[in-house]
Design a protein around this ligand. Sequence first.
Ligand code: GLC
Length: 657
Amino acid sequence: MSAVTSEAVRIFPGPAPRLFGYDPRFGKCDSINFPYTNLKCQRKRRLRFAKVLKCSSVVHNGVRSSRLWGTGGAWFRSTSVNGLCLLRCNCQRAETGSLNEISTQDGNGAWFVESSKIIDPINGIVNGPSALEFQDVQQSSQEREAFVTNGNLSPTETPKSLIPRVSVDSIEDEAWELLQKSMVYYCGSPIGTIAAMDPTSSNVLNYDQVFIRDFIPSGIAFLLKGEYDIVRNFILHTLQLQSWEKTMDCHSPGQGLMPASFKVRTVPLDGDESATEEVLDPDFGEAAIGRVAPVDSGLWWIILLRAYGKCSGDLSVQERVDVQTGIKMILRLCLADGFDMFPTLLVTDGSCMIDRRMGIHGHPLEIQALFYSALLCAREMLAPEDGSADLIRALNNRLVALSFHIREYYWIDMRKLNEIYRYKTEEYSYDAVNKFNIYPDQISPWLVEWMPNKGGYLIGNLQPAHMDFRFFSLGNLWSVVSSLSTMDQSHAILDLIEAKWSDLVADMPFKICYPALEGQEWQIITGCDPKNTPWSYHNGGSWPTLLWQLTVACIKMNRAGIAAKAVEVAERRISRDKWPEYYDTKRGRLIGKQARLFQTWSIAGYLVAKQLLASPSKAKILFTEEDSDLVNAFSCMISANPRRKRNRKGLKQSYIV
Ligand code: GLC
């Protein structure tokens, strides 16, 4: 890559200066303070129809612009050297190598980079040797055999025999084709996938954006296929958005927040009538329906980053200084002190896949499972350095406390139900058994009916005097994947899925939560949301995308047969129904009333499930195993738990919880 300017580019903390471009949303904004275009690609209008944009091919006279971000989230552009035309894709900014040259003065200090060492991040080395590639070829046939024995299929059944061969292949081919078509390009490089490509829908809303959470199954599908560039680009570009200065009605959410989604926009280039530029325009929830906070985005980002490294063998991305800083920013945001009494993450309603009011404010399971998973992934990736010792200590303490809290207080099965049913209330003491003052009358009749003798699950939420007994699938599945649940609990969750197949899978996998809120409960809890009517959308709808998380969880527990059966159910209809976003009714028989068709994560979720069932060992890129320190700490805490044992003898090690 030819370097041009030798001057240092300085990144200032604090409010970001306006760089360039114009923001249609804030036309009158102060030209100094508005940081609209921190990422952009400029091109001549005449190139508008060019399919693949070669931004660098229109560079003239060596003018360069480099921007970087620092912990303060500020941006600064420095251009220099003889020339006028700034037509180089600015997303090919100072990165990879040059960032190693950065010196930080302190957490808020200025950052410097030598622009003369600019390396193109997009065309950098990506498709390097895959860590999994070689072993997988050999393993694949063994795995198929193991799969039959370890899964729940009878020895005479094979996964393939469950489904008609020809049609399944064509479903897969169609899915790949659709996934390919959903790819979104920025500066000529793929950086994500659009949420949906529904030609029948007139109201696009934000389904034309790249959602962080929606991209995860797409990214995994690409990784498993050996297409690493798109994932790498996604990771690096969303990282840049993290430091965006975001405001909602004069309030700025915490640094480290990742957007819910972003869109690549083509806008006129400032001061040049004949040119346009591409900009990445993120939404941190400030435009989202209900203004929901995308708490899950950063957690998924960390999980994907680890998967990228594991699958591609390219650890250089996670080792980069800016990526390390990005991880730490997310962690700091999540680990910051608050008023909270619990180790679980306190969030507002709709802060995850369920991004509407559904009574999941407080400490919803899905966020806790992703939080736990992200903490483990981050711990694996963080480079040991003096500056992060406190952070790592806080992370370790939180891991122990979080797993103890969830395993102890979120778990429900027949035994625990009996215990809650006979709870004493109003216990004022340090060693109360009914710590959260749960009134037994909260146990709904459906739960008593529904709870199988064999099996159990983690409840949806726990607050003072409140247990949300609904079964939330993603939270339970990801607890299995991340080892947030114990081995026994994880098996019990899968037992429950088998026992409640007709409720959770029925005609289309997988129910997002069970049961639906109905009547007055629906009115009060959803605020009479017409999109979340009973057994629709987030309120008990069935979401095919959840197939991939189900598959990872089943493979982790060596019970892949469960997932294979669910995939087979989906295959009966999913392509014929045009890959809907979700299904309605108790058994998932109807395509969701307002569901998008050709929803990308339905397509990608199916593909990931298929890929992993074909090569189960690849699911390892997503698991996190419990480490022995955690197990030890957990057993110490169990023995110190007043419900089990009231004295603290035998507690070998103390953990701050
Ligand atoms: C809906 C879903 C959300 C998803 C988005 C884009 O809002 O609730 O989880 O990310 O659509 O598909």
